[in-house]
Design a protein around this ligand. Structure first.
Ligand code: 5GP
Ligand code: ZN
Length: 137
């Protein structure tokens, strides 16, 4: 897609510190890492969000993730690791080409998600299940 930074990286028109790549997917180091060794993995083809990627194609991108995660954890001597993904600006997406973050984590590294967790009122969880299953078809 024209003007997409990550399409340009995928097409070799912009430089990136690349790691694994194949015809479906490409991975490279995030230029502004949460921690050193922060990697991005994405499909070569342009899709804005995960809701736009066909399941099969998404699977081919995900195939790369475990080996990358293992290598990143080993090299950075990580105590843990997050796989993180954003869709649309309200969820923190700044580059509208779907991608996964692989973030090596260290004890007391100061990075917090700060999740706010709620609860369901009586019956709401069942209605939610019904609605999602219906949408799945
Ligand atoms: P998002 O906020 O969309 O989930 O993540 C986008 C990520 O891409 C950010 O962590 C940002 O640092 C990274 N990023 C943005 N532009 C570039 C770039 O040109 N090269 C690389 N390597 N990373 C980028
Ligand atoms: Zn793109």
């Amino acid at each position: 897609m024209k003007d997409c930074v990550f399409c340009k990286i995928a097409q070799g028109k912009l430089p990136a510190t690349k790691l694994l790549e194949d015809k479906n997917a490409i991975s490279f180091l995030d230029i502004n890492p949460v921690n050193h060794g922060h990697v991005l993995v994405m499909p070569r083809e342009h899709y804005e969000t995960i809701m736009d990627v066909p399941g099969k194609e998404f699977g081919k991108v995900m195939e790369m993730v475990p080996s990358l995660a293992k290598a990143v954890a080993e090299v950075t001597k990580a105590d843990g690791l997050n796989i993180f993904q954003t869709n649309k600006p309200c969820a923190g997406q700044t580059v509208p080409h779907v991608h996964f973050h692989i973030i090596p984590r260290h004890k007391d590294d100061g990075f917090h998600f700060g999740w706010r967790q709620g609860r369901y009122n009586e019956g709401e969880i069942d209605r939610m299940q019904w609605g999602i299953l219906k949408a799945l078809g």
